[in-house]
Design a protein around this ligand. Structure first.
Ligand SMILES: Cc1cc2nc3c(=O)[nH]c(=O)nc-3n(C[C@H](O)[C@H](O)[C@H](O)COP(=O)(O)OP(=O)(O)OC[C@H]3O[C@@H](n4cnc5c(N)ncnc54)[C@H](O)[C@@H]3O)c2cc1C
Ligand SMILES: *[C@@H]1O[C@H](CO)[C@@H](O)[C@H](O)[C@H]1NC(C)=O
Ligand SMILES: *[C@@H]1O[C@H](CO)[C@@H](O)[C@H](O)[C@H]1NC(C)=O
Ligand SMILES: *[C@@H]1O[C@H](CO)[C@@H](O)[C@H](O)[C@H]1NC(C)=O
Ligand SMILES: *[C@@H]1O[C@H](CO)[C@@H](O)[C@H](O)[C@H]1NC(C)=O
Length: 537
């Protein structure tokens, strides 16, 4: 069969591909695939010269062609105020320093498809930006290439039976929840208001509801995704199930997602907020999170808890406990251990999901330098003490740097979360439920000056080395690294285990035999390349 006959997108059926088993033939012709998208390369003089060529650094050609084909309003060019506003709109200052050749804002899956094909034709690399909350430079931005902003994909539509909701990748979680509230439903998604939908869902997604339902990626009915050959497919547990599995944690390695169909559930008001405790209560706080991780989280799956440690001028060392409950009940008994500890500040209240994500984001600052790191371990009470002691011992190295606010958190991967991960064939993360519960140790800081980058990065890498060494000694180490909190020096995909990595590579070979999403889409965490930056500080 000739490659071009695959590209009648309207006529595409899962059956055809399931039988053929081939997603992109060896004689795949990009020019012909673009004709199906209504793009005639021969009619565009700049592109015409590329028809017979494959290796050419053609970003200026790609950018001007996109503008010619889809209109200048969908394209931002360097040196304009709209471009500057776009690049400074990232959460971290590091991503804002990256300068793409142009920014493309597609409005339909076909336009996304043409973008992928034009990138292949011109060999111009691209990055995809959802909510822009990945921390390091180049994660959702690209120097000299095309940054594809998904910002126009703003659909939030609840199905008539209220069992699913279509969510576009241009949304932020607060907007998703605000719209869903009108139908009295919720979805398993982010916990902080401005975070983007696609990055959180593609890396895993830890939610207030995860103890009951699993991670966000475990509660996706289907993905609409543009693959490397420009084909738009719907991947679900029954259609392209291998791709569906890979998208549950595989990040940006398989395609550009243009719609997420999320499972929805009835939701009214909830309860939650944070409480702050001083150092004298640290042992009690650690006891409480330990008990939650090992016992009480299984008794009441409506509960979610995170404990974080830092230091502020007014109070010195503090523990910040986030507690959330999926019912409008204050101080449910699952929080008894925390309720018994004297706090110095609390904002817990009955509230809507949207308002809880706004509350959780209070005090956040955009546009500063940012770094995030994480590793995971088996749950162990002594290791909790060891990790906060390590953090506070090293803290003086960085504490007084301008703008710095380093923190370290403990988040349990509870038995309930691990159970939810098994749904619909499981996810790609490689967490063995039989060996749980685990916890994620995630750390972060913001700071002001680039001159302090080295000190900050060293601080976090040293903590990880020391805590990992202790965990290894005690048999508590666990390979898994959560992609969405990982630094550029870590390799989350390798942490999924050799078996899963092999399976992910097979999926990539089937849907992307030319390696477009490995080579022309180089940012963030890749299947084959190792850490984005191999020079661990
Ligand atoms: C303040 C804050 C709060 C957070 N809270 C949580 C939380 O509660 N739970 C949790 O699990 N995580 C949380 N995170 C981590 C968060 O999940 C990641 O930062 C995530 O990458 C953000 O998604 P984004 O769309 O905003 O990011 P972006 O930077 O836009 O994208 C991240 C990655 O996704 C890729 N991508 C984006 N759109 C698409 C698409 N349409 N198709 C294919 N690939 C795409 C990008 O190329 C990039 O590789 C938080 C992060 C921050 C900064
Ligand atoms: C791709 O198709 C176009 C249009 O039919 C043709 O001109 C071109 O030679 C083909 N390219 C390759 C590499 O076969
Ligand atoms: C593409 O454009 C060229 C030049 O304008 C024209 O000769 C050709 O017929 C067009 N092809 C299609 C499929 O429309
Ligand atoms: C919940 O418990 C906290 C801590 O013990 C207490 O300060 C608060 O008043 C309680 N709230 C309600 C509504 O019972
Ligand atoms: C760890 O992740 C949680 C949830 O995303 C977040 O609330 C917390 O601030 C993070 N901790 C650190 C130290 O970044």
């Amino acid at each position: 069969m000739k490659a071009s006959s695959f590209f009648a997108i309207g006529a595409l059926t899962a059956g055809v591909f399931a039988q053929e088993g081939i997603f992109e033939t060896a004689d795949f012709n990009i020019t012909e695939a673009l004709i199906v998208n209504g793009v005639n390369v021969s009619a565009i003089p700049e592109l015409d010269s590329l028809v017979e060529r494959s290796l050419f650094s053609g970003c200026s050609i790609a950018c001007s062609a996109l503008s010619t084909i889809y209109g200048s309003t969908k394209l931002l060019s360097e040196g304009t105020s709209t471009y500057d506003a776009f690049t400074s709109g990232y959460w971290s200052a590091q991503q804002g320093t990256v300068n793409p050749r142009c920014v493309f804002k597609p409005t339909t899956p076909i336009e996304v498809s043409s973008l992928v094909l034009l990138s292949r034709l011109t060999q111009c690399p691209f990055a995809v930006k959802g909510g822009g909350h990945a921390a390091f430079a180049g994660a959702s931005s690209i120097d000299g290439g095309i940054t594809v902003s998904m910002e126009t994909f703003k659909k939030v539509t609840v199905s008539s039976d209220k069992k699913t909701a279509d969510i576009g990748p241009g949304n932020r979680w607060v907007d998703v929840y605000t719209t869903l509230e009108k139908s009295s439903v919720g979805v398993v998604g982010g916990r902080m208001a401005p975070v983007g939908v696609p990055g959180l869902l593609l890396g895993g997604g830890i939610s207030f509801f995860s103890n009951k339902l699993g991670w966000a990626c475990d509660n996706i009915a289907s993905y609409e995704v543009v693959t490397a050959s420009g084909i738009v497919v719907t991947a679900s547990a029954t259609s392209f199930p291998d791709l569906y599995w890979a998208l549950r944690g595989g990040g940006n390695n398989f395609g550009i997602v243009t719609n997420f169909k999320l499972n929805a559930f009835p939701l009214g008001k909830m309860w939650g907020g944070q409480r702050i405790y001083t150092e004298n209560n640290f042992p009690a706080v650690l006891d409480a999170i330990y008990k939650f991780a090992t016992v009480t989280s299984s008794q009441d799956t409506d509960a979610a808890q995170i404990v974080s440690f830092g230091s502020i001028a007014q109070l010195g060392k503090i523990a910040i406990v986030q507690m959330h409950y999926a019912q409008p009940v204050s101080n449910a008994s699952v929080f008894n251990d925390f309720n018994a500890i004297q706090h110095v500040q609390s904002n817990t209240a009955v509230s809507s999901l949207a308002d809880l994500t706004i509350k959780m984001n209070e005090g956040a600052a955009d546009g500063l330098r940012q770094t995030q790191w994480d590793v995971s371990f088996k749950v162990n009470r002594d290791l909790f003490t060891f990790l906060i002691n390590t953090f506070y011992t090293l803290l003086p190295d960085v504490q007084n740097l301008p703008g710095a606010f380093p923190t370290i958190s403990i988040q349990a991967i509870t038995a309930g979360q691990l159970k939810g991960m098994q749904k619909n064939g499981g996810n790609a993360l490689g967490l063995d439920a039989a060996k749980g519960p685990y916890f994620i140790m995630n750390m972060s800081s913001r700071w002001k000056n680039a001159a302090d980058d080295a000190a900050i990065l060293k601080f976090f890498s040293t903590i990880i080395k020391q805590v990992k060494a202790e965990a290894q000694k005690k048999g508590l180490d666990n390979a898994y690294i959560y992609m969405n909190y990982a630094s550029q020096f870590e390799d989350p995909i390798a942490s999924y285990g050799a078996g899963n990595v092999g399976r992910l590579k097979q999926v990539s070979a089937r849907y992307d035999p030319a390696g477009v999403f490995q080579n022309l889409h180089p940012g963030h965490f890749k299947l084959v390349k190792g850490p984005p930056n191999p020079n661990m500080p």
